[in-house]
Design a protein around this ligand. Sequence first.
Ligand code: SF4
Length: 149
Amino acid sequence: MTEGIGRPTVAVWKFASCDGCQLSLLSAEDELLAIAGEIEIAYFLEATREVKEGPYDISLVEGSITTPDDAERIRQVRDLSTTLVTIGACATAGGIQALRNFGDVEAFRSLVYARPEYVETLADSTAIAEHVPVDLELRGCPIETSQLV
Ligand code: SF4
């Protein structure tokens, strides 16, 4: 448990994703109420702007790695987290956006964006476990909230 705090701290992080797994978490009010007293939500921007600084006992990570910034940020998240859990198909397998892995991302970028030079992106969408050690994985699209609880 994080020093100085009585309850385990939980942080929820977003990478390339549709937010659906985080929304599953938010919509599970009944289940969450049952465990709300046992944990402290320290970082969850989808739910609140109130942020407590890390380190965190548990990090839940939604989304895949698609930009150089993502690749750097997930290493920082890993450093801040005792236990890192990836949630959903994006985080565990690269998600639907991993279809780009079979195409030419430069061609897509030029076709889709008026000013492609402003878009920083990696050639592939990759799972979190390809970048940092992951302790647990929860699969599904979206995740089954009861499994998470
Ligand atoms: S796994 Fe599915 S529901 Fe979850 S963030 Fe990715 S696309 Fe959305």
